[in-house]
Unconditional design. Structure first.
Length: 326
């Protein structure tokens, strides 16, 4: 169980750092409207995105290992802590400054994870019915359809909706990883859960990248966290038989709620503020959009600081204002 907890924490750290790197890359690309699969092809040419993908690979490997020995609700709640990692890593990479309430939220996430660690019982991935495996594959297809529709139809809250749908897809990935118990090639080729994992991983990554391109990294990531923790955790309890340690159910519930609530609070107050020296370089919050940017585009001091803000503004102007600079 200790190995599982360490693996889950390493996974959260990897995902959290990767989110910042991927946000840096996504904001350099033009927003073409809707969900464009070609976005991934363009992003893969950027160094920060490649670094983020590499971290995601190792983070998923650690998450997969954790799901071998821990309940889904514990692993997914620990994944929620990656927003705290994202917020802290944004300080050196994006020139941000955390306010007191953000630091309090980071502390709440850590406290919630500590309670979960105490309450977590040891679990082992057990075989499930074919109906459950096919259900996961159908779920991945449904999530894909919802995400593409949301990308086309939802405008104002589009980044948040895309983040939530991406979270549901990542939840499918976690559940599929949990139920895969036979690693022989012939079995893997005919296991619906394997295809659910593959589809869920690709489409969720696309929806997440699109959300990062249009919205704030902490807000979009928080929506991902809500999607990937609540529903998958319920499925783990109801369908897979996940349980906390005997007599520790209350601590498990409290720890889960505190960890997820802390992550949501980080999103509630938006991105951390830019440091004063950098804020002056990137402009005042709510400053008018640069020439050539579309109506509604804005530059926020709390999003991109210093030279990165100037670079993003120049990219938007040179590209004819293809997307918002957030």
């Amino acid at each position: 169980m200790i190995v599982g907890l360490i693996a889950a924490l390493l996974s959260a750290i990897g995902y959290g750092i990767a989110s910042v790197l991927q946000a840096m890359a996504a904001r350099r690309e033009r927003d073409t409207g809707g969900v464009d699969p070609r976005l991934l092809a363009r992003l893969i040419k950027q160094g920060p995105f490649i670094a983020g993908i590499t971290l995601d690979f190792f983070a998923f490997a650690a998450q997969f290992l954790a799901l071998r020995t821990l309940p889904v609700f514990v692993v997914q709640a620990i994944q929620a802590s990656n927003l705290a990692v994202t917020a802290v890593v944004s300080i050196p990479l994006l020139g941000m400054r955390l306010r007191g309430r953000e630091w309090a939220a980071v502390g709440a996430v850590c406290a919630g994870l500590a309670l979960l660690g105490v309450a977590a019982g040891s679990e082992h991935a057990a075989p499930v019915s074919d109906r459950t495996r096919w259900g996961l594959l159908i779920g991945a297809v449904v999530v894909s359809a919802i995400g593409f529709l949301a990308g086309m139809l939802v405008k104002r809250r589009g980044p948040v909706v895309l983040g939530f749908v991406a979270g549901l897809g990542f939840g499918v990935v976690a559940l599929a990883a949990r139920v895969i118990t036979n690693y022989s090639v012939p079995h893997l080729l005919r296991d619906p859960a394997v295809y659910a994992l593959a589809i869920g991983g690709v489409i969720s990554f696309l929806f997440y990248a699109t959300g990062l391109q249009r919205g704030k990294v902490t807000t979009v990531t928080a929506a991902v966290i809500v999607g990937e923790t609540l529903l998958p955790s319920l499925v783990g309890i109801i369908v897979l038989g996940d349980r906390p340690r005997s007599g520790m159910a209350v601590f498990a519930v409290i720890g889960f709620l505190i960890a997820v609530a802390g992550a949501i609070v980080l999103a509630r107050f938006g991105e951390p503020e830019a440091a004063p020296a950098e804020a002056g370089a990137s402009g005042e919050a709510g400053a008018p959009a640069p020439p050539g940017a579309p109506a509604g585009a804005d530059v926020e001091a709390g999003s991109i600081g210093g030279a990165r803000g100037a670079e993003a503004i120049g990219g938007a102007a040179d590209g004819g204002g293809g997307g918002q600079v957030k």
